[in-house]
Ligand binder design. Sequence first.
Ligand SMILES: [Zn+2]
Ligand SMILES: [Zn+2]
Length: 197
Amino acid sequence: MEQVVTYCEIHPDRETGLRCNKCGRLMCADCAVSTPVGYRCKQCVRQHENKFFTAGANDYVIVFAVCAALSAVGGFIASAIGFLLIWIIASVPAGGIVSEAALRATKRRRGRYSGEIGALGVVVGGLLGGMGYVYVTYVQPMLSALQELGPEYTDELARTIGSPWQFLFQQSLSNIGMWIFIAVVAYFVYNRFKLRG
Ligand SMILES: [Zn+2]
Ligand SMILES: [Zn+2]
């Protein structure tokens, strides 16, 4: 008896007997996606995801805004407390709060890129919060003092220890606690939006 040889629908040179368990098309190992309900073709997986992703463009804006605003507040407060340990301890509940708030603000609608956009919001907000604190506590007083002292002091300061703006970036970007905080919160948000259900 002769065996019928079948080929992948996308790659006609590849022999396969595997079929998508939804639409029945033949697919090779590269085209098959392993899902909790069995092997499916990429088209069926994408169709399923599109039903799951219900977010519109304004949901992306909301996710970004909520994540950025809350992370900015968190970054500012943690900067004010200032201990490395505080940043680390605070990052886990902060991640839970920020991701839950973002989900609620969009009535739990997710989009294909909600996770990435939320995480980006956390990075932008966290940085602004950390920088905002350094600005308010050090840079702003520095700038107003220089304004009273006159331009020659500004030049002198810039020559010796750098401008207040350099100080702002150096001081905030060298804060390891802030980076850990941002990374953990961004990770939480990203995963929360990627999870099914
Ligand atoms: Zn299929
Ligand atoms: Zn294939």
